[in-house]
Design a protein around this ligand. Structure first.
Ligand code: NIG
Ligand code: FE
Length: 438
């Protein structure tokens, strides 16, 4: 290749202590977590152009398949780690109001279901979401997305489901589309009309509305890539879930299901039978359910913050899923009731210590595994040709943010090849001197 044919490097992230390149999108086994040490990543526009152990001298000597130009920017990443942008593949990001009351009640020992029966729960959030003006919902969600970006999250799935009526569900999806336009984090939209039974409409008529009005409009306007159903005792049955999901599939939407969270209802089987891309929760899934998911290639999206926050010790069966060959993703389930957190790195720590995942499996589950759950073949790893979504961590060890749980190690975040977030310089003590006071 002559020098002129080589792509111009827009960024060189240079001499990182470790670059965790992770697997080609698709594989989620821990063996795929490959670490280049020391490593350099080269970006060309919105794509990764090169990753490897090259030195800048080699680049300058024209030995590498890219070329430096006066516009090439360099980032000295010595002492740092580079990982792919994290992907949160299950959230309920857009909602009005807050459920402090639910939290107080749960701390006092009430269950999630009991709180919902007494006027809290999803329906409480539905009332506040319906009543909130567009700009208020957008402002709150934008603040959450900024918090996510600061944790290194560059792609987020977000569901409707706090509207529970045609026009309110459509409004939620349109607002999510608007949010996607307003800030750097990519948002994958999911229609979750069947999240709860509305208080102001009989279930039968709401189901008819979903099938005859909402789903066709969602598909026609491209308002969502996925359809989801909360398949749970007292909410939507296996038969109802299957009717909604079949219609969604016929309209060209991809499928995902909230399955086997509080009770084992058969939702995972429905997911497998209909060829759903993923099934979430699965705390109560049986061995046979996991076999069915493995057979169908349905990805298990495990949500460790949920049992933690509900004070329930039944964590999802990660080891059983992995040993049966079920591809695994980890997500936050960020929502105002059962998991009020968007801290995906923290969820990875919980997956390690409570579900016995290795740190490598956990990191893969929030990158390559999550990309697979969202059917995004262009991200989730660091290799040439993929979208340049990268996180530079202020640590020489990729395990550090999992090990030191709850702390943030994000130093820089690149989205589509652009530097979109950078920490302000940390004060460093000079040997022999006291750090100056702020
Ligand atoms: O995934 N349980 C259903 N949906 C959410 C909770 C939503 C809420 O409580 O607002 C979940 O856990
Ligand atoms: Fe959820």
């Amino acid at each position: 290749m002559s020098a002129e044919d080589r792509p111009a490097a827009t960024w060189i992230i240079e001499s990182a202590a470790e670059v965790a390149t992770l697997s080609p999108a698709g594989a989620t086994d821990a063996g795929s977590l490959s670490v280049v040490s020391p490593g350099t990543v080269v970006l060309a526009g919105d794509r990764i152009a090169w990753v490897g152990a090259a030195t800048v001298a080699q680049a300058a000597a024209g030995e590498l398949p890219y070329r430096l130009t006066p516009a090439t920017r360099r980032l000295d990443a010595r002492g740092c780690t580079v990982i792919p942008g994290l992907i949160d593949c299950h959230t309920h990001l857009l909602f009005g109001g807050a459920r402090h009351g639910d939290f107080e009640s749960r701390c006092a020992g009430k269950s999630y279901e009991q709180i919902a029966r007494e006027g809290g729960g999803i329906r409480h959030t539905v009332a506040h979401t319906r009543a909130a003006p567009d700009e208020e919902l957008l402002a709150t969600a934008t603040r959450h997305l900024a918090g996510m970006l600061a944790l290194g999250i560059t792609t987020v799935e977000a569901k409707s489901g706090y509207g529970l009526a045609h026009e309110h569900e459509i409004r939620m999806l349109r607002l999510l589309r608007e949010l996607d336009r307003r800030q750097p984090v990519d948002i994958v939209r999911t229609y979750l009309g069947a999240h709860e039974v509305p208080l102001d409409q009989p279930k039968e008529s709401y189901l008819r509305e979903m099938l005859e009005r909402t789903l066709p409009l969602v598909a026609a306007e491209g308002l969502a890539s996925f359809a989801d159903v909360y398949c749970e005792r007292g909410v939507y049955s296996v038969a109802e879930a299957s009717t909604v999901l079949r219609k969604a599939k016929a309209l060209g939407l991809q499928l995902t299901v909230h399955a086997e969270q509080l009770y084992r209802t058969g939702g995972a089987r429905v997911a497998a039978e209909l060829g759903a891309r993923s099934a979430s929760h699965l705390e109560q899934a049986t061995a046979a359910d996991l076999e069915a998911l493995a057979e169908a290639g349905t990805i298990a999206v495990l949500l460790p913050a949920c049992p933690l926050y509900l004070g329930d010790n039944r964590y999802p069966p990660a080891r059983e899923a992995l040993s049966r060959g079920v591809p695994v993703a980890i997500a936050t389930d960020f929502n105002p009731g059962s998991a009020m957190t968007y801290n995906l790195p923290l969820c990875l720590t919980i997956a390690c210590v409570q579900m016995r995942m290795t740190p490598a499996e956990a990191l893969l589950a929030a990158t390559a595994g999550a990309a697979r759950a969202l059917a995004l073949g262009d991200r989730g790893a660091i290799r040439p040709g993929l979208i340049a979504d990268l996180v530079v961590l202020d640590t020489p060890h990729w395990q550090q943010p999992l090990y030191h749980f709850g702390a943030s190690y994000t130093r820089q975040v690149f989205k589509n090849g652009e530097l979109v977030w950078s920490v302000s310089p940390r004060p460093r003590a000079i040997p022999g001197e006291l750090p100056s006071s702020p």
